[in-house]
Design a protein around this ligand. Structure first.
Ligand code: AMP
Ligand code: GLY
Length: 430
């Protein structure tokens, strides 16, 4: 099987690393890829939403399967583009249709989908410039804190948790009257604040059947102890000690099964990953958000824990045979620690040489590269999140310590990582 993987983050290096291990993978291309994916296959310098050139590259290289990593091309309709072009329509494209990708692309769409199909989520209302005054009144009467969400994709920045009514009203005004999040903020979802412990769960569906992948927890804040600004993710761990069979059963019955039945009922074509951002409120799951892809950096712990052949699983997805698949999971814990360029998630510099990559290697540790590029024999930083070091251990604390140790062998100017990934599990594990 000749495969094209789309994307360029640490997630895509982890996926490329896994795809390459399959005896079913004859050739792997990555567009545009990074210095890490280049170790697993051939990088093609094509943007993730340049469908024409992606399609032409598929024809040129005889690609039989396309796996889409990030949300942008999905929300822009890559699935529909491929299905509409003779020649490309036969390719097994793993990812939802444009309409189904609205589960991530529009918060208002996702909320109304959940409401219609009885899926537990925060109570909400949706407003636009036309209903501005109703929105203001809704905020005034709302319990604190109040959660405001820009409807569209806003690179993880479109969610505001407001502790005061005045703050919520002023942010609401900025979104609807001052285009704070551009087009994405022209519609605003106002919702109830959910309590509990947040976690990420991943489902792969073929539209009829599904398999559940290992769960993970992502560390979104830039600073130790979950302080500072939100980022794309500074680390992740899997599995989670508080996810027991009773909780999993509730997630399946109350969230996953109604989601898949709802997709089918609403005729939303979906062959791909569903990322459930969940709140565990005393053992009861509520959906914070859907994403139409895998998480980054969650993938860097979820994928290494899967022992089964990923290409076989993706083929079964495309052929609606997922009920034939049972996953073989590594029962060890995995932790990934992300190294970022100083300044991230604000401004940061690029082009710094990364050293230590070749000299050091440990059993049970994998260095995934994210925002990086190769220049001659050097690997240079090329983004905010630069490396994701994943280790296995007998528990989360041991895995995270091993990744921290490995991180100390690596260097680039202004490198920063959170030294406390998995911190809250230390007490329960010791
Ligand atoms: P999202 O972009 O929907 O993932 O939201 C970003 C983050 O905001 C989530 O990961 C949560 O930590 C937080 N969040 C979003 N919605 C809520 C909510 N209703 N209650 C509490 N926290 C929330
Ligand atoms: N780590 C969160 C995300 O991928 O959206």
């Amino acid at each position: 099987m000749k495969i094209l993987l789309i994307g360029s983050g640490g997630r895509e290096h982890a996926l490329a690393w896994k795809l390459k291990q399959s005896p079913l993978c004859d050739d792997l291309f990555i567009a545009p890829g990074n210095a890490g994916t280049a170790l697993c296959g051939t990088n093609l310098s094509i943007g993730v939403s340049d469908f024409e050139r992606l399609g032409a590259a598929c024809m040129e290289h005889g690609i039989e399967m396309v796996l889409v990593g990030p949300e942008e091309p999905l929300v822009n309709g890559i699935y529909d583009y491929f299905k509409s072009k003779p020649g490309l329509d036969k390719i097994k494209l793993i990812g939802p249709s444009k309409e189904a990708s609205q589960l991530e692309g529009s918060k208002a769409f996702a909320k109304s989908f959940m409401k219609k199909h009885g899926i537990p989520t925060a109570a909400y209302a949706e407003f636009s410039a036309d209903t501005y005054m109703e929105g203001v009144n809704y905020i005034k009467a709302h319990a604190l804190p109040i959660v405001l969400k820009a409807d569209g994709l806003a690179a993880g920045k479109g969610v505001l948790i407001c502790q005061h009514h005045l703050e919520a009203m002023s942010e609401f005004d900025l979104m609807l009257h001052r285009a704070k999040f551009g087009e994405a903020g022209k519609r605003v979802v106002i919702e109830e604040f959910l309590k509990g412990i947040e976690l990420s769960m991943f489902v792969l569906t073929d539209g009829d059947h599904y398999i559940l992948l290992p769960e993970a927890k992502d560390y979104k804040r830039v600073g130790a102890g979950d302080t500072g600004l939100n980022t794309g993710g500074m680390g992740a761990v899997s599995p989670l000690p508080f996810v027991d069979d009773a909780f999993l059963e509730k997630v399946k019955k109350q969230v996953i099964e109604p989601t898949i039945a709802g997709l089918k009922q609403d005729r939303l074509e979906y062959k791909g990953f569903i990322f459930l951002g969940l709140m565990n409120d005393n053992g009861d799951p509520k959906v914070i958000e859907y994403n139409c892809r895998l998480g980054d950096p969650e993938t860097e712990v979820v994928i290494p824990r899967i022992k089964s052949d990923l290409v076989e699983i993706l083929m079964a997805t495309s052929e609606k045979r997922l009920h034939e698949i049972s996953l073989d999971i590594d029962d060890r814990s995995a932790a990934t620690v992300v190294a970022v360029s100083g300044g991230y998630p604000g401004d940061y510099k690029k082009g710094k040489e990364i050293s230590g990559l070749e000299e050091t290697s440990f059993d049970d540790t994998i260095v995934f590269l994210a925002g990086t590029k190769r220049e001659g024999s050097k690997v240079l930083t090329n983004g905010g999140r630069v490396l994701a070091v994943t280790s296995f251990g007998s528990n989360i604390t041991e895995a995270a310590e091993q990744s921290n140790y490995m991180m100390e062998q690596l260097f680039f100017e202004d490198m920063y990582f959170r030294p406390d990934i998995g911190y809250e599990f230390k007490a329960v594990e010791n």
